[in-house]
Design a protein around this ligand. Structure first.
Ligand SMILES: [Zn+2]
Length: 448
């Protein structure tokens, strides 16, 4: 038994229960055994949370971990300009580079309060080795719960797509490799540390047949579906020119709306599209910092939430958002909603819901993750809020969301520490930094 006590607690349960000073008991099964106000009299290993806020661990719903190796490039480009600059570099990825980038990205995410992350990997160079295995090993080393997706691109430039032909796969080859990844890695159990989803990259890099077959494959195997959708005006124009419809109409046509689907971005959505996402239960991974960095626009999150669309937060790849800090994304989401809709458009607690239970819904893990409730997995974060940056903001949830990114005092995944006293529990930050720097140099030197 681990007992975290004397902490403010925001449970993020359906009633929004909070305890100004309370405790959480973690059982030996890695699940939450008790939550309450005041003191806990049970015996057990005690962790003093004085000066801290305890929340559910944050859930990252959109990322491309390999991009840690290509940060700081194409800094002033639109999405299409940025992609066409970076595709040739990504064509030289290999397992060692992806492993190092994933270690850095996941370590950094853990330090930012994330306990579960997805990854969307869609570049599989022919002689690059097993890049999916490399990032899965990196997640195991850090200790995070991991939902990697087997991505794919099969629409190269010669067929009217955006990526160069040498970074795309054959359609059937991509489908077979996706099913092999499910066979090898997917754990459907409620305690799963590793789940696979099916994730063709985007309408402008994937054929219609791959979209349709991917949806059939995912449903046959009972796994989730993910892709980029409605990120930019350029994509909207592409869809109108090539398919004669909007991105969401296209998604519906190829079988890609449903409560087993979550879409990255959803920035450019009209009222009809938002209503369709709501009616079908299709989720959205909101990535406000990436959308700002690429000047893509501001997602209509207020309207999405009003239509009961499951919305989670994503940092997106580190090459389109160099901060990649999920804790900081809470404030970015709040600010973005308010830039669009004024100060009533979102409050601190709604931002925290997006980063926790909203993300759990996107990943289909809402029964086991995303709130501090008895019986759920003990994926918990203890944020230190008694320093200069936060002291004096009496509302502790407001201090977390409105204040500067808070230090993670403790992060648990299934009751096991991944961060302790602001440092990674299972990996060395300096080593991760060195490995990522070497990967970055090797990739750029190989491309020069
Ligand atoms: Zn993305």
């Amino acid at each position: 038994m681990i007992i975290i006590e004397n902490a403010a607690i925001a449970t993020v349960d359906a009633a929004g229960t909070e305890h100004p000073s309370g405790y959480v008991v973690v059982g030996d099964d890695g699940r939450i055994a008790e939550v309450g106000s005041g003191r806990c009299e049970q015996p057990g290993e005690r962790i003093d949370g004085t000066g801290c806020l305890l929340t559910p661990g944050l859930i990252n719903t959109h990322h491309h971990l390999y991009q840690w190796a290509t940060r700081g490039l194409a800094l002033d480009e639109t999405l299409f300009g940025w992609l066409t600059t970076l595709y040739p570099i990504w064509g030289r990825l290999d397992a060692e580079i992806v492993g190092a980038a994933a270690g850095a990205g996941l370590g950094w995410l853990a330090l930012s309060g994330c306990t579960t992350s997805m990854d969307h990997h869609y570049v599989f160079p022919r002689d690059g080795g097993d890049v999916l295995e490399a990032e899965i090993e990196a997640a195991r080393a850090i200790g995070l719960r991991f939902h990697p997706t087997r991505g794919s691109m099969d629409l190269g430039r010669r067929d009217g797509g955006l990526p160069p032909d040498n970074v795309v796969e054959e359609t059937d080859e991509a489908l077979a490799a996706t099913e092999a990844a499910i066979d090898r890695w997917h754990d459907p159990s409620p305690d799963a540390m590793l789940q696979i989803a099916v994730a063709p990259c985007s309408p402008f890099s994937v054929t219609t047949r791959l979209m349709e077959e991917a949806a059939r494959l995912a449903r046959r195997r009972g796994v989730r579906l993910h892709t980029h959708l409605a990120e930019t005006d350029d994509e909207e124009e592409f869809c109108r020119a090539k398919f004669g419809c909007t991105p969401v109409e296209y998604a519906e046509r190829v079988g890609w709306l449903g409560d087993d689907v979550w879409l990255a971005h959803g920035v450019h959505l009209d009222d009809t599209a938002i209503a369709r996402l709501g009616a079908t239960g299709t989720g959205v991974a909101h990535c406000p910092s990436s959308n700002a960095r690429l000047g893509a626009g501001m997602a209509r999150v207020r309207e999405l939430l009003d239509h009961r669309v499951p919305v989670g937060l994503g940092v997106d790849g580190a090459a389109s958002q160099e901060v990649s800090h999920l804790g900081a994304e809470l404030r970015q989401a709040l600010y973005t909603a308010r830039l669009r809709g004024g100060p009533k458009a979102m409050d601190a607690r709604e931002a925290l819901r997006l980063g926790t239970i909203g993300g759990a819904r996107c990943l289909g893990r809402q029964d086991d993750l995303g709130s501090v409730e008895v019986g759920k997995l003990a994926d918990l974060v203890l944020w230190r809020l008694d320093g200069l940056g936060h002291e004096g903001i009496d509302d502790r949830v407001a201090a977390l969301v409105f204040g500067p990114p808070a230090r993670v005092e403790l992060a648990l995944v299934g009751g096991k520490p991944v961060v302790e006293r602001g440092e990674l529990a299972n990996a060395d930050e300096e080593t991760l930094t060195r490995q990522a720097q070497r990967a970055h140099r090797r990739l750029l030197d190989a491309t020069a």
